[in-house]
Design a protein around this ligand. Structure first.
Ligand code: CTP
Length: 220
C-alpha cells in the first residue's frame, strides 16, 4: 500500500513577512506517516511549515519528506504523486483563502490610522478535485469543526467523494491527546476517545490497511 500523508498548515503570504494560515502543529500527520512506514508501507509526507526540530526524530528513515508552503505548492506536490499512490491521508489544514494581491515589499502601517482592508479569494479545494478524479485511490479526509461536526463531516465526505473522514474537535489542536470519530460511506465506524495521537494514528492506519486489503481481495 503506497501512502501519501499531508500535514501541517499551508500559508498564503500577503507580503514577504505576513501570511494567512491555520492553527495546526502537524503532529497527527507525522504520527500517521510514522505508523504507515513502520508497517512497511512506502510513505511520503508532504508537509507545510511545521516544527521539524521536534518532529524529525519521530520520523523513521525511508519516509520521503516534501516541504511546501502555499496551498498551490501542496496541490502540485500531491498531483505529481497521485497516480502512484494507493492511500491519501489529507491531514493538512489547508488555507482556504489567499490575498488577491501580493505586496512584494513589506506593507507599512497606514499613516492616517484608518482601517486596513485586505481582499481574499478562495484557494483550490485540493481534496475535492482529487475526489472527483480518483481511480483506485483510497481517500481519507480530516474535518475540524467547532459545531455540527458529524453533520458537516457527512457533507464533506459526500461532496469530496471520500472513503473515510476523521472528525476532529478544536480541543485536539496542539495537544498530544485527541478524541476522534471516523465515518465511512455508511456512517460512524469508530470512536476513539482521549487517546494519544500516536495511538490514533496506529488505529487509523490499521483500519485503512484492513479496508485496502479487503478491497484488493474483492477485486480478485
Ligand atoms: N481541504 C483541501 N483543500 C482545501 C481545504 C480543505 O484539500 N482548500 C481538505 C482538508 O485537508 C481536509 C478536508 O479537505 O482533509 C476538510 O477540510 P476542512 O477545512 O474541514 O473543510 P473545508 O472544505 O475547507 O470546509 P469549511 O472550511 O467550510 O469547513
Amino acid at each position: 500500500m503506497r501512502v501519501l500523508v499531508t500535514t501541517g498548515p499551508t500559508r498564503e503570504y500577503i507580503d514577504p513577512v505576513r501570511f494567512l494560515s491555520n492553527d495546526a502543529s502537524g503532529r497527527l500527520g507525522v504520527e500517521i506517516a510514522r505508523a504507515a512506514q513502520d508497517r512497511g508501507h512506502p510513505t511520503c509526507l508532504v508537509h507545510g511549515p511545521i516544527n521539524l526540530t521536534m518532529f524529525n526524530p519521530m520520523i523513521p528513515p525511508g519516509v520521503d519528506m516534501v516541504a511546501v508552503v502555499s496551498t498551490a505548492e501542496m496541490s502540485r506536490a500531491i498531483q505529481e504523486r497521485f497516480a502512484g499512490i494507493d492511500v491519501l491521508f489529507m491531514v493538512a489544514a489547508v488555507a482556504d483563502y489567499r490575498p488577491v494581491v501580493y505586496a512584494p515589499q513589506k506593507l507599512k502601517r497606514r499613516a492616517d490610522g484608518a482601517e486596513q482592508v485586505f481582499t481574499f479569494t478562495r484557494t483550490e479545494d485540493i481534496l475535492k478535485g482529487l475526489g472527483a478524479r480518483k481511480r483506485h485511490q483510497f481517500l481519507v479526509g480530516f474535518n475540524l469543526e467547532t459545531e455540527h461536526a458529524e453533520e458537516e463531516a457527512r457533507r464533506k465526505r459526500d461532496e469530496k467523494n471520500l472513503d473515510l473522514i476523521v472528525v476532529n474537535g478544536p480541543e485536539n489542536l496542539g495537544s498530544l491527546i485527541a478524541t476522534v470519530k471516523v465515518l465511512d460511506r455508511t456512517g460512524v465506524v469508530a470512536v476513539w476517545e482521549e487517546r494519544t495521537k500516536a495511538e490514533i494514528a496506529v488505529r487509523l492506519v490499521e483500519l485503512v490497511q484492513a479496508r485496502w486489503r479487503a478491497r484488493l481481495e474483492s477485486e480478485q
